[in-house]
Design a protein around this ligand. Structure first.
Ligand code: ASP
Length: 449
């Protein structure tokens, strides 16, 4: 069995769906299960519709309807009634939001679930029309049970048994299940979502729980790249990478995979292949436990950056050697629901970074009782993912590059995962730093990635 996941841009319209059918046909003998995202930008359109209902009191699904109806028409699919029923349900939901002018996280999850529910029905109907034995499923009907953390739910451990109970018999019966990515249900029966980009996690979970031989994540790029191609023109695909490296890349800004997607595979060792649906011949990136030796012995796998970060410097006003300072700092952030990314500490001070969208006013007030607090905005995290056994070499080269550019490094941290060295620079300097690091680590001696 193989699990094949196709993201929004891979299933964006009738043409792309035809192409997906061609790709899947190549793997029929390996017994595929398919996981699909919502078509194109549907998730964003649903969120916009929710916002319009909330702020303007209007239930308008035109944007969502257009793409799906056009696809059904072009592909001549006999599922108008089923799709109209979903549109009606969606309109009722939006009218409810418009009436009470309230959009809770629970309702938001129900709202965005329509994207994946529409896409699998359309795709499965089309695949049937080209003689593939497909059947559409909502993930919650094939064992996806989660907690009630709406908008970023976690799957509960029972899912590990429930999913293969449902899916393995289908695969044995030569059915190709076409399953919604991203969504699940909680114990109360409410629809939940696994966080934006969560279809990757759906796919790795199906594969890990069912003991599949591999997961293929089909994207619109040639795999995981050595840097963001919008910043670095010469970014190249990485051939091999470990689960840990891929997770660090996802957390620190590379929009390749959902940050939690590697977790099921780390448990089972199921390999993940990231492939390009627009360029099927490209080998893609293979993610697994052990890292194949780096060609030409390069110390770095990839470089990424995350912008719009806030740096907080906290210096204790108490005497040296007092215990409990760090615990108090972290519990203040926890109480105010502020999640921390990077941390660097000394005996009496701690520097940490946060996403800029946190409101810090209350946390700062409380922290000021025990420390001097300085909040610095418009920073960026630059992360170097690689072989941290060679950290001294990486640091020398990275800091030499920053010195050369006249960029001051404002904080550094070597992740506990031992694959990530991150540092903070001004937001405006991040792109220039990433470009220069890429030049030094990947381009100057023209080594293959
Ligand atoms: N459709 C959802 C999103 O756009 C989930 C996914 O594509 O993985 O985030």
């Amino acid at each position: 069995m193989v699990v094949m996941k196709f993201g929004g841009s891979s299933v964006a319209d009738a043409e792309r769906l035809k192409h997906v059918a061609e790709i899947v046909k190549l793997y029929i003998k390996r017994k595929p299960a398919l996981i699909l995202s919502a078509m194109g930008d549907t998730t964003d359109h649903l969120l916009e519709a929710g916002d319009m209902a909330l702020t303007q009191g209007k239930a308008d699904i035109k944007n969502v309807e257009k793409l799906h109806l056009a696809t059904i028409k072009t592909l001549k699919l006999p599922i108008q009634k089923e799709i109209n029923d979903l549109f009606e349900e969606l309109t009722r939901l939006l009218s409810g939001i418009a009436l009470i002018r309230e959009l809770t996280p629970r309702t938001k999850d129900y709202l965005v679930s329509f994207g994946e529910r529409l896409s699998v029905r359309i795709a499965a109907a089309f695949f049937q029309s080209v003689k593939m034995n497909t059947k559409a499923f909502d993930a919650f009907d094939v064992g996806f049970l989660s907690d009630s953390n709406y908008t970023h739910a976690e799957l509960v451990k029972e899912s590990w048994d429930l999913i293969p109970q449902k899916i393995t018999p289908l695969i044995k019966g030569n059915v190709i299940p076409v399953i919604t990515g991203f969504i699940a249900k909680d114990e109360k029966g409410n629809i939940t979502t696994l966080g934006r980009g969560g279809s990757d996690l759906t796919a790795t979970m199906v594969a890990a729980a069912c003991g599949a031989e591999e997961i293929q994540v089909w994207k619109d790029v040639d795999g995981i790249l050595t840097a963001d191609p919008r910043i670095v023109k010469n970014a190249k695909p990485v051939q091999n990478i470990t689960y840990e490296e891929a997770s660090e890349l996802a957390y620190y800004g590379a929009q390749v995979l959902h940050p939690r997607a590697m977790q099921p595979c780390i448990k089972t060792g199921t390999p993940v292949l990231v492939k390009n649906s627009y360029n099927t011949d490209a080998p893609g990136t293979r993610i697994e436990h052990s890292q194949a030796a780096s060609p030409k012995n390069r110390p770095v796998r990839a470089i990424t950056s995350r912008r719009n970060v806030t740096l907080v410097d906290i210096v204790s006003t108490r005497m040296l050697g007092q215990y409990g300072f760090l615990a108090e700092v972290f519990s203040i952030f926890a109480r105010h629901n502020v999640s921390i990314d990077m941390v660097a500490t000394s005996e009496v001070s701690v520097s940490l970074t946060l996403d800029a969208n946190h409101d810090l006013a209350e946390a700062k007030k409380e922290l000021s009782k025990i420390a001097h607090v300085e909040v610095k905005t418009e920073k960026a995290i630059v992360s170097i993912i690689g072989n941290v056994k060679r950290s001294s070499e990486i640091l020398v080269r990275a800091f030499r590059t920053c010195q050369f550019l006249g960029v001051t490094v404002q904080m550094i941290s070597q992740g506990a995962s031992k694959v990530n060295i991150s540092f903070i620079v001004n937001d405006t300097e991040a792109a220039e730093v990433v470009k220069a690091l890429h030049l030094d680590f990947f381009e100057e001696t023209e080594k293959p990635a």
